[in-house]
Design a protein. Structure first.
Length: 292
C-alpha cells in the first residue's frame, strides 16, 4: 500500500508540473526543493559530511550550505525534466540544449569506434537517454532498479522512450557487450560508491569505484568518452564532452579506472553545485564521517 501511495503522489506531481506554465513550474519546484532541504535532515547531514571531507576549510559553512541547497534544487529539477523530456521530440530538445566539443563524439562515430560514455550523478545525466539517443545513435544505459515496482515501471518507460534501452546494473555485462557489438552507445554513471569496486582516489579521498567500464573497454577496444550535462538555467543545459580516454594508453585496469576517477572527480570538485552530495560516497574508507 505504501508503495502505491508513493506512486500516486508521483502521478499527482507529474500532473501538476505538466499543466502549470513554465514560470510557475520553476517557482513550485524551487519551493519544493527548499522544503525537502529543510525536512531531509539525514541526507543533508551526509552531504555536509562529504563536503567537509573533500574541501575541509577551503570552503566556509555558508558556501557548503549553498552547495547542498543547489544540489537539492538540481535533484527536483531533474524529476521535472525526467517527466517532460519523454514528451518532446528532437527539435524541441535541441531548443533546450547546447553542446561543447561535439566533434569528440561525432568523430568517434564517423570512425566506427565503439563508444562508452561515462558520467556522474551531476546536472541532468538522463539526457543520455533522450538527446544523445535521438541526435546521434541509440544508447544503452545501466542503472539500479527501484524498490517500488510501480515507480520502476515508470522509470523504465521513460528511459526507453527515445531509441534507448535500460539494463539493470546486476548482471549487465553481457547486455553491454551485445549493445557495443550492435553499434549502440553505452552510457554509465560511475561516480557512486560500490562495495565491489576497486580502490581509487576520488576528489583527493580514498573511495571505491567500479572497474567494469575499464574491463569492458579493454576487452572490446571501446573509446571511453567522459561527458557532463551542466544546467545553465532552468530548462537549459549544456552537454560538455571531455577528452576521450584510450584504454590502450594505460598499463592496467587500476590505472585506467583511476584516470576515470580523476576526470570525473576534478570536474565535480570545480563545479560542485550540481552533484548529488547526498550519497555516502566515501563509506568504504571513511564510514565514521556519517555517524551522528
Amino acid at each position: 500500500m505504501t508503495k502505491y501511495l508513493q506512486y500516486l503522489l508521483y502521478k499527482v506531481f507529474k500532473f501538476i508540473v505538466l499543466i502549470l506554465p513554465k514560470s510557475f513550474v520553476k517557482l513550485f519546484l524551487d519551493g519544493l526543493s527548499s522544503v525537502v532541504y529543510i525536512v531531509d535532515g539525514k541526507h543533508r547531514y551526509i552531504a555536509k559530511a562529504n563536503l567537509d571531507l573533500v574541501y575541509g576549510d577551503k570552503l566556509d559553512d555558508k558556501r557548503k550550505r549553498d552547495i547542498i541547497k543547489h544540489s537539492y534544487q538540481n535533484m527536483v529539477h531533474n524529476i521535472y525534466e525526467f517527466i517532460q523530456n519523454p514528451t518532446l521530440n528532437l527539435a524541441q530538445l535541441e531548443k533546450k540544449v547546447t553542446v561543447t566539443n561535439e566533434q569528440l563524439l561525432t568523430d568517434a562515430i564517423k570512425d566506427g569506434k565503439k563508444i562508452i560514455l561515462i558520467s556522474a550523478h551531476y546536472g541532468n545525466w538522463e539526457y543520455i537517454t533522450s538527446y544523445i539517443s535521438l541526435k546521434y545513435k541509440p544508447t544503452t544505459m545501466v542503472g539500479r532498479n527501484m524498490n517500488n515496482h510501480y515507480l520502476n515501471d515508470e522509470l523504465k518507460a521513460n528511459r526507453t522512450k527515445h531509441n534507448s534501452e535500460a539494463l539493470d546494473k546486476n548482471g549487465s555485462a553481457m547486455g553491454l557487450m551485445k549493445a557495443l557489438k550492435k553499434g549502440r552507445i553505452v552510457g554509465l554513471a560511475i561516480d557512486q560508491n560500490n562495495p565491489k569496486g576497486i580502490e581509487v582516489k576520488f576528489m583527493g579521498q580514498k573511495a571505491r569505484m567500479v572497474d567494469s567500464v575499464s574491463r569492458l573497454a579493454s576487452k572490446t577496444g571501446a573509446l571511453i568518452l567522459p561527458v557532463f550535462f551542466d544546467k545553465l538555467e532552468f530548462g537549459r543545459y549544456n552537454i560538455n564532452f571531455l577528452s576521450p580516454i584510450e584504454p590502450s594508453s594505460f598499463a592496467d585496469i587500476q590505472a585506467l579506472t583511476q584516470r576515470q576517477a580523476d576526470v570525473l572527480g576534478d570536474y565535480i570538485y570545480h563545479h560542485p553545485d550540481q552533484w548529488f552530495w547526498q550519497h555516502k560516497r566515501y563509506k568504504a574508507f571513511h564510514k565514521e564521517i556519517y555517524a551522528r
